[in-house]
Design a protein around this ligand. Structure first.
Ligand code: GAR
Length: 193
């Protein structure tokens, strides 16, 4: 039985697309059973739907409280019985109860613990660092703070804009994220034996 992935995303979904493309390969040890978002209508959910993957959308504004949204996210994820939850540009911190219930992995566009949060690339540029990168890490209840699984360094050029640096980071990010997910899935498969 392939490992079951639920992927959460908030944006354009190029990272989600890399996961969908990997999962479409015959030898990939996982299948994407659902994709979810906090931003209804985002391009990421269209990519999932185009791949025939069920989606769920939970806008915080549609819930009476943050706790109600947390509960709805927990319920939506649980419905798909994932072995691993993959955060592919999901831009909200996930409640501790959910993080503790499901193994969860995130990718972040900096060398953590530098530049956590939603503006990692512009923060790195503003700080004037000459090297930044990508961190793939297990998720805890903090902001981009779980145990680090893999990192890759990416140079910052004097000529960089946010867009050019993002493109260089994301080119390094996709293979690192996919290879780390693959390893996690193999470990999950082995733990079943
Ligand atoms: C990715 O680069 C990911 O590292 C970042 O969002 C981007 C999503 O891009 N995540 C974070 O910043 C999490 N703190 P995409 O919408 O093109 O996949």
């Amino acid at each position: 039985m392939p490992v079951r992935l639920v992927v959460l995303a908030s944006g354009s979904g190029t990272t989600l697309q890399a996961v969908l493309d990997a999962a479409a390969e015959a030898d990939f040890p996982a299948t994407v059973v659902a994709a979810g978002t906090d931003r209804p209508g985002c391009a990421a959910m269209k990519r999932a739907a185009d791949a025939g993957v069920p989606t769920f959308s939970l806008a915080l504004a549609d819930f009476g409280s943050r706790a109600a949204w947390d509960d709805a996210l927990f319920a939506s994820i649980t419905e798909f019985e994932p072995d691993l939850v993959v955060l592919a540009g999901f831009m909200r911190v996930i409640a501790g109860e959910t993080v503790q219930r499901f193994p969860m992995v995130n990718t972040h566009p900096s060398l953590l613990p530098s530049f956590p949060g939603a503006h990692a690339i512009s923060d790195a540029l503003a700080h004037g660092v000459k090297v930044t990168g990508v961190t793939v890490h297990r998720v805890d209840a903090g902001l981009d703070s779980g145990p680090i699984l893999a990192q890759v360094a990416v140079p910052v050029l004097d000529s960089d804009t946010e867009d050019s640096l993002r493109a260089r980071i994301q080119n390094a990010e996709r293979p690192l994220f996919i290879s780390t997910i693959r390893q996690l899935c193999i470990s999950i498969e082995e733990s079943r034996e």
